[in-house]
Design a protein around this ligand. Structure first.
Ligand SMILES: O=P(O)(O)O[C@H]1O[C@H](CO)[C@@H](O)[C@H]1O
Ligand SMILES: O=c1cc[nH]c(=O)[nH]1
Length: 284
């Protein structure tokens, strides 16, 4: 018998919608595109044939509609894996918990969740303006200290811990092989390092000197089983581990807007993001 989830643990708003996302089950499609920036939601839904639902709470802006006869949702998440934990838990609750009885449903529904985000390359041969799919992610945030990730691979976590000499072990997790198979040659593939920040946690120095010297060079030179780390961003590992634990198909697609080795920023970043959106909407 499934347990009753108390009102303090799974919080519903007065209208019955889920606490942070402000969505009811009927507002969500089973194909969900996610973006970090709330302003990017319009840039995705402009390509929908029809939009029949819009809402906003905090940084979570949602549009649901139709494209080529397929129902689809796009929503923004804000930045960081802490937001992704909320997003994934509440999306899962919308499909896998009966919000009336507050019990887990007998039949599990797997969502398809595809991140359309920006990212910085850490290898010189990954140009700005290109698109990259994350086959795997390595998380330098603490999210997986709070969930059971036993059985997740550890080689990348161990290598990153050693090379950066940090007092924690990053976690490693793969994206959906089913969704990766749908990609064409528009995307290169790589291993994404998810950082708990944009500046020092990605080796950037503005006014404060990062504690770790030569961080980008050290990470870029790492090799595990013949593979290398390719890019920095701030959410992918959180998506992949929550997706794996909750049973959803998740893929992170990146518009490369910076190259940290050549020190370039994409002068046409908006166009690259639009290319990512149009390419992904065609493929899924
Ligand atoms: O463009 P989005 O999807 O926000 O993704 C990237 O951009 C933000 C940092 O500028 C972080 O959220 C990072 O993951
Ligand atoms: O360098 C970058 C660019 C976009 N997003 C990141 O997190 N890092």
């Amino acid at each position: 018998m499934s347990r009753l989830i108390p009102e303090s643990e799974l919080i519903l708003n007065e209208d019955g919608s889920i606490y942070h996302l402000h969505l009811k089950p009927e507002n969500l499609a089973s194909l969900v595109f996610t973006v970090g920036d709330p302003d990017r939601v319009d840039l995705v839904s402009q390509y929908f044939d029809q939009i029949d639902f819009k809402t906003r709470k905090r940084e979570f802006v949602t549009h649901t509609g139709w494209i080529n006869g397929q129902r689809v949702t796009v929503m923004s998440t804000g930045m960081g894996t802490d937001n992704i934990e909320i997003l994934m838990t509440e999306l899962d609750a919308l499909v896998n918990i009966d919000l009336e009885t507050r019990k887990v449903k007998e039949n599990h529904t797997a969502l398809k969740i595809i991140r359309l985000g920006t990212s910085g390359a850490m290898q010189s041969d990954i140009p700005v303006g290109s698109l990259l799919a994350s086959e795997k992610a390595v998380g330098m945030d603490t999210l997986m200290q709070f969930y059971d990730s036993e059985g997740f691979p550890q080689s990348w976590g161990d290598s990153v811990r050693e090379v950066l000499n940090v007092g924690f072990t990053p976690y490693e997790v793969e994206g959906s092989s089913m969704l990766l198979q749908k990609l064409d040659a528009s995307f290169s593939r790589g291993i994404t390092l998810t950082s708990p920040g944009f500046y020092a946690p990605q080796g950037r120095e503005v006014r404060l000197k990062p504690k770790i010297d030569q961080m980008i060079e050290k990470l870029a030179a790492l090799e595990v089983d013949g593979s290398r780390l390719t890019n920095f961003e701030m959410e992918t590992a959180g998506y992949y581990c929550m997706g794996k634990l909750l049973g959803h198909e998740v893929l992170s697609l990146n518009a490369i807007v910076a190259n940290r080795i050549t020190q370039e920023f994409d002068k046409e970043a908006a166009k690259t993001v639009d290319l990512l959106i149009r390419t992904a909407l065609k493929l899924f």
